[in-house]
Design a protein around this ligand. Structure first.
Ligand code: ATP
Length: 226
């Protein structure tokens, strides 16, 4: 699915004034490609992802999925698009402490009304695809940081999204495990024809991306194609 952010401006309230998080940002991401979004702290990377995820409506500009403008949709329709088409792997999306790796995925399917007969094989396949096939019965405290991140990615893919949005997937990992996670995202992107946007502050991970977008003070400064 092609993601287009078209001339997006986003501000947040800040006392009596407003702070501009994104200023006239445009970006296109194609299926089967991994786009890295990088830039200094506070530059607007997470805001960019939140707008792409339809979690925040911009002040102006349009978000288009396969050419369809989402700005005219009702909140209910937007939520349906998000549930059915968009996978979100955010820093804050922690795993539930009491659930096994398998149940972390099944609970998502349950919330969406997917029958267990469909959800169980899919969850098992996804955990195997992220290298966690032997750990389906483990709870988060029995997993390493990298393994937890793999489960979180598998959970983000549970609804078979076409757009995958990932915020700082390597921040809690050492460089070797971080590299493995980025390579995993790259492989899943190609194999499943995902349109993947990955926010990272770590320059070492940029070479795995097809494109690199630098956000500086809410503006895209450079777009490097590989
Ligand atoms: N809910 C909010 N209310 C007010 N201002 C906000 C809010 N969220 C973000 N901002 C401001 O918007 C700007 C962009 O923030 P954002 O979180 O998108 O940056 P970032 O590049 O993801 O930062 P980091 O790398 O530190 O996570 C910053 O100036 C930030 O202070």
């Amino acid at each position: 699915m092609t993601l287009q952010l078209d001339d997006i401006t986003l501000t947040y309230p800040d006392g009596t004034q407003r702070v501009t998080a994104l200023e006239r940002v445009s970006l296109t991401a194609q299926p089967g490609t991994l786009t890295a979004v990088t830039g200094p702290s506070g530059s607007g990377k997470s805001s960019l992802l939140a707008v792409a995820a339809t979690l925040i409506a911009p002040d102006s500009g349009r978000v288009l999925l396969d050419g369809r403008d989402l700005s005219g949709l009702s909140p209910k329709e937007t939520a349906a698009v998000r549930r059915e088409r968009i996978g979100i792997v955010f820093q804050s999306s922690n795993l539930l402490a009491s659930l096994t790796a398998l149940d972390q995925l099944l609970v998502i399917a349950h919330l969406n009304g997917t029958p267990l007969s469909v959800a169980h094989p899919r969850a098992t396949e996804l955990l195997a695809a992220v290298g966690m096939g032997d750990c389906v019965g483990r709870r988060p405290h029995q997993l390493s940081g990298g393994q937890r991140q793999r489960v979180t990615i598998a959970r983000g893919l549970m609804n078979d999204p076409r757009l995958l949005l990932v915020d700082e997937p390597t921040s809690a990992l050492d460089s070797q495990r971080g590299e493995a996670i980025v390579q995993l995202l790259r492989r899943l992107t190609v194999e499943r024809d995902l349109t993947t946007l990955m926010v990272t502050h770590d320059e070492r991970h940029l070479q795995a991306a097809d494109r690199v977008t630098h956000v500086v003070d809410g503006t895209l400064r450079r777009l490097a194609d590989r």
